[in-house]
Ligand binder design. Structure first.
Ligand SMILES: *Cc1c(COP(=O)(O)O)cnc(C)c1O
Length: 394
């Protein structure tokens, strides 16, 4: 009779996540998921979403009079990014996709699969955007929209987004920024960066479960969307803005996540403080930099000036393989941690080119320095063993 085994949730391992998203969730945020469900067009919704919309502006560094407006989309960061490529350019216009790794490549692909005309300006993994090359590409292609990655999660490289956006504007283009893995972990000053579109999500530096994409939309983007045809339904920026203006979402939101988002943003703004949260991320970036410097044979991939506050990609010693990093992941699992053995496609390519594979250390969201310190100390002997194995091979 009982051919189908019952689910055993006791078998779900409670690992501490040091991957680059989703990230560790605080007990208070977990409990917030059990707050009352509500009707999303009912007065109860406003008790969650009014503070959510207000605090999103605060976390973004937007003054009350800024014309940049947040919208909340069901799905995840990618949904917000697809909304940008779909709503901000017509099919006979050009998109310039500026890429420096896997997530820039994702933004590029979203433009392609939506039938848009797109040219790519690519920088090698570990490099940031060279502004002279961006200026030249803008001159050559006269795009209507430029896609930029604020924080390339596959390599741990940030870019000077204010400069990139300013260059796009100088050349008459709108700028859409993927800030998925940075928003909530830095003091953003979005008002002075002035992007036309800025996308993020809940499961990275905001330290919540995944489930919402968040888009910040400037007035020029909203005006442009009025002139773009076939924006779709779920990807129609104007439809999202219309609901956001009423403090709502276009389609039914995950009410448990909405409760969690409200509680978490209240914590970030009123308890921890945005500036303190940003300082904590920078301190953890520096902790990891010092840790890597003490390890023989390991190097950080990103140049120090462009090192991400939310994650660090580390080059393994020469002779180490992708398989070694996957084995290391299991070593760390046995110690109660989830280790990130590098972005899959990037490591496959590096190995093929006989280059050193990378692994990543996520230090974002609600990870505290003391937690990171325990993780690094657990990681140290495993990395030393990896270096010994690698040395014996080369
Ligand atoms: C995680 C991530 C994404 C994808 O976001 P989802 O929320 O998984 O859709 C896009 N860009 C960057 C930089 C990311 O880190």
């Amino acid at each position: 009779m009982d051919a189908l085994p019952r689910l055993d949730t006791a078998d779900f391992a409670a690992l501490e996540l040091f991957i680059t998203g989703p990230t560790y969730i605080r007990p208070e945020v977990k409990r917030a998921a059990t707050l009352p469900e509500f009707g999303h067009r009912d007065a109860e919704a406003a008790k969650r979403f009014d503070p959510i919309f207000m605090h999103l502006r605060t976390v973004a560094g937007l003054p009350p009079d800024s014309a940049i407006q947040p919208a909340i989309l069901n799905g995840s960061g990618t949904n917000a990014m697809e909304c940008a490529v779909r709503s901000l350019v017509n099919d006979d216009e050009t998109i310039l996709a500026v890429t420096m790794g896997a997530f820039g490549a994702l933004f590029h692909k979203l433009a392609q699969v939506n039938g848009k005309r797109v040219v790519e300006l690519a920088f090698a993994p570990g490099e940031t955007v060279a502004m002279d090359r961006l200026a030249a590409a803008l001159k050559e292609h006269t795009p209507a929209l430029v896609l930029l990655t604020h924080n390339e999660t596959s390599t741990g490289v940030t870019s000077d987004i204010a400069q990139g956006v300013a260059l796009a504007h100088e050349h008459g283009a709108l700028a859409a920024v993927d800030g998925v893995s940075l928003f909530g972990g830095v003091a953003l000053e979005m008002a002075s960066i002035n992007p036309d579109f800025y996308a993020t999500a809940t499961q990275k530096c905001l330290a919540l479960p995944a489930g919402f994409g968040i888009a910040f939309v400037g007035p020029d983007a909203a005006a442009k969307a009025e002139r773009v045809e076939r924006r779709g339904y779920i990807t129609d920026l104007l439809a999202h803005l219309e609901k956001a203006a009423k403090g709502q979402t276009l389609t039914t939101p995950n009410t448990a996540l909405a409760n969690q988002l409200a509680v978490q943003l209240d914590h970030i703004v009123h308890e921890e403080g945005v500036a303190n949260r940003a300082a904590r991320h920078l301190a953890m970036r520096d902790m990891v930099a010092e840790f890597v410097a003490t390890l023989e044979g390991f190097d950080r991939l990103a140049p120090a000036a462009f090192a991400s506050p939310s994650l660090t990609a580390v080059q393994a010693p020469a002779g180490a393989s992708v398989a070694d990093l996957k084995a290391l992941k299991e070593t760390m699992r046995a110690k109660g941690f989830l280790f990130d053995p590098g972005y899959g496609k990037l490591n496959t390519a590096l190995e093929r080119e006989h280059k050193r594979p990378i692994f990543r250390i996520g230090h974002m969201g609600d990870v505290q320095p003391a937690m990171l310190e325990r993780y690094l100390e657990a990681l140290r002997p495993a990395l030393q063993a990896l270096a010994t194995t690698a040395a014996s091979r080369s």
